[in-house]
Design a protein around this ligand. Structure first.
Ligand code: PFF
Length: 547
């Protein structure tokens, strides 16, 4: 019954990749990745601008019809083929390896700039204590980052010392955690940081709710605009938020699930992660809008004049709130501390995508692969982003890595899995073997029809938006956007294809059994599910029916 394994196995060799101690460790790490800046500084404004209270409807539908289904897809590939993104995709179907490298390269780019936001947030946690920005947070942020704005953006290596120091600290922390490994580093830090984050954020929300004007803020956020539901862009915004927020298609969830025990309830875990992330996201909406309501009242302006997201929300609006509110220092430490914790557990997840790939490719030990990846990453990240071009570069890379990179990678993977390799039945049966939440045809429809349609529409809409806008993105010089936006995004695909053509060395994990010493499951067979056999203890032992 058993088909041959996809690649020659070095006799007796087993991969040494590390593992989560159990499902709880995995769930914490996965929530750590999902809960990030997307929750704190993206969701509140997206919800407000796309129908307020009415946005909950498309948001929940997006969670159920795309977020959770794609999460299951990531889990199934990583768990069945027990490898980093390139190894798992290659074992799923040899020629799809490039998708894995594409995910690794996107992760690499995101890691480079994501660390900068953490560095800023670390500094601002301390600045909150004495409200270092005085009465001009906007001007202060400009002085602190010395950022080249809009049309002035260019390549510059003028170092900003305050940023440099905290960026180095962030990278040192990342290196220590990653070197400790999957369980003692990644899982352990999430098990400590995620409950701490929730505790800090709950205190922040309670404090904000008692600020004058908080209720007006909440009313503005939750006031439903039902007419918005007729607008297709609102639906695309809901799916976009869910994709980003759950970290699907980044290669992260695939990598993490490859460290799970073979007998694990994947679908049940996915539901926990999906709902935990969305619950925290809604809590963030409440916290942020209570604070914005206070700010609007203090300044005597309407809420819509103070609503912002991203860098503007965190580093300009929040400092203003901290200065104006009673016990502002407490709010500051809680808010920036939360950004640091949420960001850190996301940053390590994205770095892990790269480390796991290098570890598999060369069959390395944990510490060597960590140093091999993190030292160059830290040096390049620090050299590029502790400079006056840090902010514009971050802005452009982020826009294209997310709106093009991740969305296109997700689109290509859903189409390849569903229609080209026709691997969904295999994946479905793998998930169902231990899953407490059974998936059926609806899952195939979500992954194969709904997700590609929405992802495709979103790619087309972002392209139209960018190409028809009266100015270049944020008025950056055309060449800057061309090089770091378009060419970067296209370049990653080309490099990924190149990387997928490089042979795997004999000592790589590709040629070994899994970490338990069991053989790797064979490639997916087009259109065929797995045959359930009573003696199969794990879904990895299941094989497709013979023709
Ligand atoms: N789910 C993350 C968030 O909501 O912020 C997305 C993410 C971004 C994960 C960047 C990892 C990362 F490095």
């Amino acid at each position: 019954m058993s088909a041959p394994s996809p690649s020659p196995v070095v006799a007796g060799a087993k991969a040494n990749r590390g593992a989560f101690s159990g499902r709880t460790a995995f769930i914490f790490a996965a929530i750590g990745s999902a809960v990030g800046l997307g929750n704190i500084w993206r969701f509140p404004a997206v919800a407000y601008e796309n129908g307020g209270g009415a946005f909950i409807l498309p948001y929940l539908i997006a969670l159920l019809t795309a977020g959770i289904p794609l999460l299951f897809l990531d889990y199934a590939i990583g768990h069945r083929w027990r490898g980093s993104a390139p190894a798992a995709w290659r074992r799923f179907k040899r020629w799809t390896e490039f998708i894995g490298w594409w995910q690794v390269l996107i992760a690499l780019v995101i890691a480079l700039y994501y660390a900068l936001i953490l560095a800023w947030a670390t500094n601002y946690t301390f600045f909150s204590l004495d409200q270092r920005w005085g009465d001009d947070p906007d001007g202060f942020f400009g002085e602190y980052t010395q950022a080249l704005g809009g049309a002035d953006a260019t390549i510059s290596f003028d170092v900003v010392p305050a940023v440099l120091v905290s960026l180095v600290i962030v990278w040192l922390a990342v290196i220590v955690v990653m070197a400790l490994g999957v369980q003692k580093g990644i899982a352990a830090s999430s098990i400590v940081f995620i409950p701490l984050l929730v505790l800090m954020f709950v205190i922040l929300v309670v404090r904000s709710l008692f600020l004058p004007g908080a209720i007006d803020g909440l009313q503005a956020l939750f006031q439903p605009n039902w007419a918005a539901l007729l607008d297709p862009t609102v639906w695309i915004a809901a799916y976009g938020q869910i994709f980003f927020s759950l970290s699907v298609a980044f290669g992260i969830m695939l990598t993490y699930s490859s460290y799970l025990k073979k007998k694990t309830d994947l679908t049940g875990s996915g539901l926990v992660v999906g709902f935990a992330n969305s619950s925290f996201e809604i809590l963030c909406g409440i916290g942020v809008f209570s604070a914005l309501g206070f700010m609007a009242q203090a300044q005597g302006v309407a809420i819509d004049e103070v609503v912002t997201d991203g860098v503007g929300l965190a580093f300009i609006a929040f400092p203003t709130i901290i200065s104006e509110a009673p016990a502002g220092a407490l709010i500051g430490v809680l808010f920036f501390g939360s950004l640091v914790l949420a960001g850190f557990t996301s940053l390590i997840s994205i770095v892990e995508v790269v480390i796991a790939a290098i570890q598999d490719k060369f069959g390395l030990a944990r510490v060597s692969s960590t140093l091999l990846v993190c030292i160059p990453l830290a040096v390049v990240s620090t050299a590029l982003f502790s400079t006056t071009m840090g902010l514009p570069l971050l802005d452009v890379l982020d826009k294209w890595a997310n709106e093009y990179g991740i969305v296109a990678a997700a689109l290509v993977s859903t189409i390849v899995v569903t229609y080209v390799v026709r691997g969904l039945p295999t994946l479905r049966d793998h998930l169902n073997h231990q899953g407490t939440f059974r998936i059926r045809t609806w899952w195939l429809v979500c992954v194969g029809v709904i997700a590609p349609l929405v992802l495709g529409a979103s790619l087309v809409l972002s392209t139209i938006d960018l190409l028809t806008a009266p100015t270049t993105y944020e008025e950056y010089p055309g060449w800057f956007v061309l090089v770091f936006g378009w060419l970067m995004a296209i370049g990653l695909v080309v490099i990924a294809i190149g990387l997928s053509l490089i042979p795997w060395p004999a000592g790589s994990n590709l040629h070994k059994d899994d970490s338990d010493g069991d053989p790797i499951a064979p490639e997916a067979v087009a259109g065929r599910g797995l045959v359930t056999t009573p003696e199969a203890a794990t879904p990895h032992e299941l094989r497709s029916a013979p023709r």
